[in-house]
Design a protein around this ligand. Structure first.
Ligand SMILES: [Zn+2]
Length: 431
């Protein structure tokens, strides 16, 4: 195995030395980003910071607005309800010399963050950017401003070593990921593409090239109202929903047990069917004549959206056929808002091998290869643009979206080193 420094024989400094000398700057930039709230529809200030950093690095900077009028007809478009005005995506292109066609790479990160939730649960302000015992705290620190910083500083440190890519490297700082992916979709429809993409979502530096999907649904269950004292003359929509819920839970279990994939643990519930809200009735002493439940149906890797929808529809029809009331008053199933497909890049793809080799070079250990159970913009790259992609980034997704969200700074630096090393291989001439 070549030593780390032999990758760049004529470099004035090695990648590791460059990361070390850039580490304080990286931490300060991440702090500034975290201290700049970027809730959906309010990402402008954070995007300006990113654009300024791109310019400081001498990258070609492109601003891609998220215009619903241009996205609306796309099958992957989901109207997230936020104003498209002023929401921009920032792309920094480190132009390659052109001597390695077929080896361009996208490094994608979203700058939008979810709301902080109950402020009382936070030890400090969600926008503190505090560093304590090697961790940087704040909303978005882990999901996923740290990953975005790792991508930016991978380019920064490579410039310090004197490396020049033979193929283009595109860093994409997008908006709207948390609410459906309109930002990345806008960049793809504008024609920004590459041979492969890495989404720097928090994976604890595991390589995660497969994800299950999620479909939001609404279930309307009819009943018949009556005075509660005359309950036998009514039909409780709540009790009919209880029958349907049993069928939903049985379906979830059946799908989970039947699914097998080498990147998921056997029996792991990777595509849950979860009811999130239930509304029924207007008065405690009235038999409720309608119940509306909303939930999320997981889509298995390799399964189409239509097949997943059919599975739930069929389970509800079967359960309804066995009940006298529901047989003649069937529940209504609708699909709305987020409709995220599953996605997968095969583990044998050169992208996975190249990233895995860089991870091993930097950490001395093989990266864990695994699937994730959440949706992300990866599905847009893989399913709608034909760009092989994987998740790989610092931080633990279990801390994302929670109070006291944080990321270990050592992991951010490791990610920076890994991405930098990978770029020297992937985007090099003759690779
Ligand atoms: Zn994320």
């Amino acid at each position: 195995m070549p030593s780390k420094d032999s990758l760049l024989p004529s470099s004035p400094i090695s990648i590791d030395q460059a990361v070390q000398s850039a580490s304080a700057e990286l931490t300060a930039f991440l702090q500034t980003l975290v201290r700049t709230p970027s809730l959906p529809d309010h990402e402008g200030a954070a995007q300006k910071l990113v654009a300024d950093k791109f310019r400081a690095l001498g990258l070609e900077v492109e601003i891609v607005p998220t215009l619903f009028s241009e996205l609306r007809d796309h099958p992957a478009f989901g109207d997230d309800g936020f104003s498209p005005d002023g929401r921009v995506n920032v792309i920094g292109c480190w132009r390659g010399t052109g001597s390695a066609p077929g080896h361009s790479l996208i490094l994608n990160g979203h700058v939008d963050v979810v709301p902080p939730g109950d402020m009382a649960l936070w030890s400090d302000s969600p926008w503190s950017g505090l560093v304590r015992e090697g961790r940087l705290y704040g909303r978005g620190a882990c999901d996923m401003k740290a990953g975005l910083c790792a991508a930016i500083f991978a380019v920064d440190v490579l410039q310090r070593t004197g490396f020049k890519p033979a193929a283009d490297v595109l860093i994409e700082s997008v908006t709207g990921e948390e609410s459906g992916g309109v930002g990345t979709l806008a960049t793809l429809l504008k024609g920004y593409t590459a041979e492969a993409a890495i989404l720097l979502e928090p994976t604890c530096l595991d390589i995660c090239p497969v994800q299950s999907g999620a479909l939001t649904f609404r279930l309307t269950v009819p009943g018949r109202s009556a005075h509660a004292a005359m309950k036998p003359e009514g039909v409780s929509a709540v009790e009919k929903f209880a029958l349907l819920l049993q069928a939903i839970n049985a379906l979830e279990k059946e799908r989970c047990l039947a699914f097998q994939h080498p990147l998921y643990s056997p029996g792991q519930n990777i595509a849950p069917i979860s009811i999130g809200t239930v509304r029924a009735g207007e008065w405690h002493s009235t038999v409720p004549d309608e119940l509306i439940a909303e939930g999320r149906l997981g889509v298995l890797p390799g399964e189409t959206v239509d097949a997943a929808r059919r599975a739930l529809q069929t389970a509800l029809e079967r359960a309804s056929a066995e009940d006298h009331w529901l047989a003649s008053h069937p529940p209504r199933l609708e699909w709305f808002e987020g409709q995220f497909e599953s996605a997968e890049t095969v583990s044998s793809h050169p992208l996975i091998a190249s990233l895995g080799a860089a991870h091993r070079l930097v950490t001395g250990e093989a990266a864990l290869l695994r699937g994730v159970t959440y949706g992300s913009d990866m599905r847009l790259f893989v399913n709608h643009a034909g760009i092989p992609s994987t998740h790989y980034g610092p931080g633990d997704v279990r801390l994302a979206h929670s109070a006291n969200e944080s990321v270990p700074l050592a992991e951010v630096l490791t990610a920076t080193r890994v991405i930098a090393h990978m770029l020297t291989q992937w985007c090099a001439a003759g690779s």
